[in-house]
Write a protein that binds this ligand. Structure first.
Ligand code: SF4
Length: 273
């Protein structure tokens, strides 16, 4: 572990600490234990090495949008969708991934929402970890990780952080707040807004903004989570037998969608109809 290693926070960690509004009763702390604390143990590492279908779709959709804009002639060519499908090697993917990606790419080709925008940055989605932003709160120092998909430059100079989504879950405002907090450090003099666009539903969220005091509250919340996560990680390392006490399971209907159900001794059995 390098000297500069610090506790970390991210939207992903926040979502593993507390589910989005309306999803609270499904929340399972043990998922955080598996995903973030046991991640190097072989059985967990093997699961994390495989992207889930939703993760694969999200990643390929982002790459597809990137490829359309890398060479925007593809948005005019009659076989533009086929060109991008080939670059993404979609024929090597599972049927569900191919079907959904074909729809996503065709919809984007019909309605390329970024075409008339000034793109400040657009990521391919597979660049790895973003550079951490070092934040402080009281005696806590932590690294904030926020991978931003796309930043647009609005005509009035506002930076517009856009997060591209797939799937059917609702937008989580907390993610926008994490982006806005990151932007307040990366581009301190710029007015910034954030929004979500769902590539499958072709639905754009309202723009989200945050006041300085809201961003401060987010920073404090993330600092507390980073510190608590670190403390729980240490507790587990000291006493691995206490895993289920430190990260209590909440088995139920959602276990069938949980990445860790094959190794989780608490996983609720699927109830057949
Ligand atoms: S399988 Fe169920 S109990 Fe186990 S970590 Fe996943 S959601 Fe929690």
């Amino acid at each position: 572990m390098g000297k500069s290693w610090l506790p970390f926070a991210s939207y992903n960690l926040w979502s593993l600490f507390a589910s989005a509004v309306g999803q609270e009763h499904w929340h399972c702390d043990m998922k955080r234990g598996h995903a973030k604390v046991r991640k190097r143990e072989p059985d967990v590492a093997a699961i994390l090495a495989q992207d889930t279908v939703p993760q694969t779709i999200g990643l390929l959709a982002q790459q597809g949008v990137y490829e359309f804009h890398l060479n925007s002639q593809r948005l005019k060519d009659i076989d533009g969708v086929a060109q991008v499908s080939e670059i993404l090697k979609l024929d090597q993917q599972a049927d569900e991934v191919q079907e959904r990606l074909n729809q996503i790419l065709s919809q984007y080709y019909e309605n390329p929402i970024l075409l008339k925008k000034r793109i400040f940055s657009l990521s391919r989605g597979n660049e790895g970890f973003p550079e951490p932003i070092k934040l402080y709160y009281g005696s806590i120092t932590f690294n904030l990780f926020a991978a931003i998909d796309c930043i647009l430059l609005e005509p009035d100079g506002t930076l517009h952080i856009l997060d591209l989504k797939t799937g059917h879950s609702d937008f989580d405002e907390r993610q926008a707040f994490v982006y806005l907090l990151a932007a307040s450090y990366l581009f301190p003099r710029k007015r910034t807004i954030a929004s979500f666009y769902n590539l499958e539903l072709c639905k754009w969220s309202e723009p989200i903004t945050a006041t300085m005091s809201q961003l401060n509250a987010v920073r404090i919340e993330l600092a507390r989570l980073a510190q608590r996560h670190e403390a729980e990680k240490k507790q587990y390392r000291k006493n691995p037998a206490e895993f289920d006490r430190i990260f209590p399971p909440n088995p139920g209907f959602r276990c069938q969608y949980c990445q860790f159900n094959s190794i989780c001794q608490f996983a609720a059995q699927e109830v057949s109809a």
